[in-house]
Design a protein around this ligand. Structure first.
Ligand code: ZN
Length: 449
């Protein structure tokens, strides 16, 4: 056979599209051409594959070698194709007899000595390969990540020679060790938080999922917009995507660059982020729960019982205006967390335990699913109309508050959804005045502007 066809995968955003690696050997002047990669990458890949083959004691065929990576539009990072290219050359030159290539997918960067180096995106590639019903062969260093995909068939290899021995039926490759065992989360109990009743109440606005182990990301306020929302010339996910289905915590919110904060607005609405660069486009999921913390004033002591604050009203206003109206609009719960006096710390005793709060949140979430098949936060405008029905008096209170606080249509919907959640926590079928009143109460920062 002077033609070999193998399967591999590229990485595009969080997806891993299939790549076909065709290796053809023809008679003629010896040459080595790779089609389907940017020029700069081609040379490096050729050098690595040639050196790895020679140093593994194979013969580098003195023929016209053409490698076609299809589709041609591929990410720049080419190293992952070294392994399938080398195997294809061996098969096409009959140094390796394989008839089961179609049952496998391969990825791995070769060192000059033929060792395999880790590749990015092992999880995404393995997930897709498993759906195609193929086994995945990849470097040992990437196998742990790949093993997170349940029911995937994975082989880990240390070198090109290991892979050849496996394919030739001489020495099977090993499987990655047992899947990592999920460690039950061990969060501090809410009962240990003294006082701060309102802050604890606000935490109940959490989605149920967040009580389980979920990502928690807390980037520093010096983070760039690329670091936060993703991007770069070879687009990578940012903190908001790493926090997908979890919490993004921004401490000292006003210290973040305003442009960086504004970039959060769109993902906060849509739950995803689209990044386009000249060459490519990537979309990442970004359904995160944003939690921000800020001081009441630049010095941090405004309203403190010690009376230490010396900030002028002007300074306070300027500080708070670092957060734009449209961003605040998207923050459902804004509360003050006053400092706790020493005597309160002693008197407070133990608060309500997390387990009990959790039970209440689970029940509320169950009600939401039974009523509308999704959590309140995901309701669209028409669904809000249908499912967030309020008592007449409650509706009147809400309309009155909207006018007084100059809230936008978006904020109106958000307050209504939050009222629905508060009613769900109380086990009530209809939104009552108290529920709306509590939801409006949480728009504290906007009221203080
Ligand atoms: Zn101050």
């Amino acid at each position: 056979m002077s033609l070999a066809v193998l399967h591999s995968r590229a990485l595009s955003g969080l997806d891993a599209p299939e790549v076909t690696v065709e290796v053809h050997l023809a008679n003629g002047l010896p040459s080595f051409t790779i089609v389907g990669l940017p020029d700069t990458e081609v040379k490096e890949s050729r050098d690595r594959v040639r050196a790895a083959l020679v140093n593994s004691r194979f013969e580098f065929p003195a023929r016209r070698i053409t490698v076609n990576l299809a589709p041609a539009e591929l990410p720049k990072e080419s190293g992952r194709f070294d392994l399938p290219i080398a195997l294809g050359i061996l098969a096409a030159s009959r140094q390796l007899e394989v008839d089961a290539f179609s049952e496998y997918e391969f990825a791995g960067e070769l060192s000059l000595t033929g060792e395999l180096r880790p590749v990015r995106g092992a999880l995404a590639m393995t997930w897709r390969a498993a759906r195609e019903g193929r086994a995945f062969v990849l470097p040992s260093a990437s196998a742990g990540e790949a093993a997170l995909v349940e029911e995937a068939s994975i082989y880990q290899a240390g070198s090109l020679l290991d892979v050849c021995a496996h394919l030739a039926g001489r020495q099977p490759l090993s499987r990655p060790a047992a899947r990592p065992i999920a460690i039950p989360p061990n969060y501090p109990d809410l009962a240990e938080v003294k006082g701060q009743a309102q802050a604890k109440r606000a935490l109940e606005g959490f989605r149920l999922e967040n009580w389980k182990r979920r990502p928690f990301r807390a980037p520093h306020h010096s983070a760039s917009s690329v670091a936060l929302v993703g991007g770069g010339s070879d687009p990578r996910p940012g903190e908001i995507s790493l926090a997908h289905n979890g919490v993004l915590f921004l401490d000292e919110l006003p210290e973040f660059d305003r442009k960086v904060l504004e970039a959060l607005r769109e993902p906060l609405e849509s739950g995803r982020v689209a990044i386009s660069r000249a060459a490519r486009q990537a979309e990442y999921p970004a359904r995160f729960q944003l939690i921000g913390a800020m001081n009441p004033c630049p010095c941090g002591y405004l309203g403190h019982f010690s009376g230490k604050c010396r900030c002028t009203p002007d300074q306070v206003t300027r500080y708070r205006h670092k957060l734009s109206g449209p961003l605040l609009d998207r923050i459902d719960i804004q509360i003050e967390v006053p400092a706790v006096r020493e005597d309160e710390l002693v008197d407070a005793g133990r608060g309500e335990q997390s387990a009990r709060v959790r039970e209440r949140v689970e029940q509320a979430h169950g009600r939401q699913l039974a009523r509308q098949g999704k959590s309140n936060t995901r309701l669209g405008p028409r669904e809000i109309e249908r499912f967030c029905t309020a008592e007449e008096k409650a509706g009147a209170l809400l309309r009155q508050a909207i006018g007084k606080l100059h809230l936008s249509a978006r904020a109106y919907h958000r307050v209504l959804k939050l009222s629905r959640t508060i009613a769900d926590l109380a086990g009530e079928a209809t939104i009552a005045v108290t529920h709306v009143a509590e939801a409006i109460q949480y728009r504290r920062l906007e009221r203080s502007f």
